[in-house]
Structure formats: structure tokens, C-alpha cells
Design a protein around this ligand. Structure first.
Ligand code: FAD
Length: 244
């Protein structure tokens, strides 16, 4: 892992930032996730709607994810090497006992579906009351139904009646956040990590960026404060060309 994944306006993506064993087949996947992460962050900046924290978060978030990819890759590399060594020794190999839960966990790790950005400054929540933690995705994890949401913006899924300040919120974040009445859209609250209802912000990359439980005016105000740390409110300006 390179000591720095970003330095001001310069960013390392792919093997230049982190090198994994070819055996596990992780390198290109991690590189594409680096590129996707950087792309959605550059877009608001080029439109004059992104604050410095947005680009700074690239190195923070991708270091967490790429470190995880390297750990999984090292584990698989080690397993294959052990197998090769045992095989070369001529001793009989004993296959591992089937374990559905272990295998599913490993599959999710290999596919990088278990990446979490929890702890990133771009992740936040406002919990106004006790919640029942479900099996659904946690804050900072991937929202499994992202493909049901159109377009490259943030989406705010409301699993509750609209709070009184919703119109003001929409005007403020016009062009950056699309509000979805999740109940009429047929989305499952448990799969968004809020089985008992609430508001969930899905980032353009499909990760859960913020949760407000309940989805009331205070929750929406807290989300506005959170968004204001990395986005600039107001109308959407056309994209401008940037020179190096
Ligand atoms: C045998 C093998 C099997 C693999 N299998 C998988 C797999 O199944 N799944 C998976 O996800 N990943 C796999 N990988 C890893 C994957 O190939 C790499 O992670 C991926 O190619 C990284 O892409 P990159 O663009 O970051 O770097 P690269 O593909 O290395 O591209 C860098 C490019 O920059 C060029 N370059 C270097 N220096 C300069 C310079 N000074 N000026 C101009 N150009 C320069 C190089 O020539 C090269 O074309 C495998 C790797 C190997 C070796």
C-alpha cells in the first residue's frame, strides 16, 4: 500500500496505490472501485458543488477498502500456497468441512460486497430513539437495492411521512439529492437498515451515507448539516473544464 493515496489534486488508483497477489483476482476490482469512488466525488467539484472534504475523503475511504482487499487477497494467497506445498509433498489433502456461513462471508469478501466506510467523515447519523438493529446493511455499508434508484445523485429514501422542512431541504440540495418516497416506491426498509422506518441517504456509489431515525425535522436538519460539510448547497452549475 502506498503511504499516500492522494496529495491535493493528485490521486493514486489501482496497482499504483496498492498491489495484491494475482492469485486472488482482486487487483482490477479494487482499481475499478477506486475509480468509481473518485469519479462521483470529482463530479460535484467540477460543478462547483463540492467542498475540499469530498476529495480528501477519497484517500480515507479507499485506504480502508483497499486495505481490506489486501487482507482478503493475502489470506487467499496464503491458502493457495499452503495447498500447493501440501500437494507437492505428496501427502493426502483433507478438504475443509462445508460451512455455509463461512463460505458466504468469504464470497462477499472476495466480491468486495462487505466493504464498509464506517468511520469516514462522509458517514453520519442522527438517532433520536432506540432502534432494533436488523440483519440489513449497517451505516457505511453498501445498499443492496441501489440499482432500483436511477441516476448518479445522492438519494434520500424516506420510510416515513414527509417532515415539515422537506421542501426547504429539497430546494437546498437541488441537483445533488433526490428525495424518494420509499414506501410508495416499494423499497424495503429492512434492506436499507431501518426496519422500523426512518430516512436513509444513499450516496451516488450506493453506500449508506446517513441515517435519521426518526425521519423528522430534526433528522433532516442534521442531514443538512452533514451534507454541508462536503457539498455546497444551491442551484446546479454546468460542468466546467479543469486544466491540470
Ligand atoms: C497474472 C495476473 C492475473 C490477474 N488476475 C486478476 C483477476 O482475475 N482479477 C482482478 O481483479 N485482477 C487481476 N489481476 C490484477 C490486475 O491485472 C491489476 O490489478 C490491474 O491490471 C491494475 O490496473 P492498473 O491500471 O492499476 O495498472 P496496470 O494494468 O499495471 O496499468 C498501468 C499502465 O501504466 C503503464 N505505465 C507504467 N509506467 C508508465 C510511465 N512512466 N509512463 C506511461 N505509462 C506507464 C504500464 O505500461 C501499464 O500499461 C491479475 C494480475 C496478474 C499479473
Amino acid at each position: 500500500m502506498a503511504p499516500l493515496l492522494a496529495d491535493g489534486r493528485r490521486f493514486l488508483i489501482g496497482d499504483a496505490g496498492h498491489l495484491s497477489s494475482p492469485i486472488a483476482g482482486e487487483g482490477l476490482n479494487a482499481a475499478l472501485m477506486d475509480a468509481a469512488d473518485l469519479a462521483w466525488k470529482l463530479a460535484p467539484v467540477l460543478r462547483g458543488r463540492g467542498r475540499p472534504l469530498l476529495l480528501e475523503s477519497y484517500a480515507i475511504e479507499r485506504r480502508m477498502a483497499d486495505q481490506h482487499a489486501l487482507t482478503v487477497s493475502d489470506l487467499l494467497h496464503g491458502n493457495v500456497m499452503k495447498l500447493a506445498k501440501a500437494s507437492a509433498s505428496g501427502l493426502p489433502l483433507t478438504p475443509a468441512q462445508p460451512d455455509a456461513e463461512r463460505d458466504l462471508t468469504l464470497q462477499r469478501s472476495r466480491a468486495m460486497l462487505d466493504v464498509s466506510y464506517a468511520g469516514s467523515p462522509l458517514i453520519g447519523e442522527r438517532l433520536g430513539e432506540w432502534i432494533d438493529r436488523s440483519d440489513g446493511p449497517a451505516l457505511g455499508e453498501r445498499y443492496p437495492d441501489r440499482l432500483a434508484l436511477a441516476g448518479p445523485r445522492h438519494h434520500l429514501l424516506l420510510f416515513a411521512a414527509a417532515p415539515a422542512n422537506l421542501t426547504r431541504f429539497q430546494a437546498r440540495w437541488d441537483g445533488l439529492v433526490e428525495v424518494v418516497d420509499a414506501r410508495t416506491a416499494g423499497l424495503d426498509a429492512a434492506r436499507a437498515g431501518v426496519p422500523e422506518g426512518g430516512a436513509v441517504l444513499i450516496r451516488p456509489d450506493g453506500f449508506i451515507g446517513f441515517r435519521a431515525i426518526p425521519a423528522d425535522t430534526a433528522g433532516l436538519d442534521a442531514l443538512t448539516a452533514h451534507l454541508a460539510t462536503y457539498l455546497i448547497e444551491g442551484g446546479c452549475a454546468p460542468m466546467t473544464a479543469v486544466t491540470a
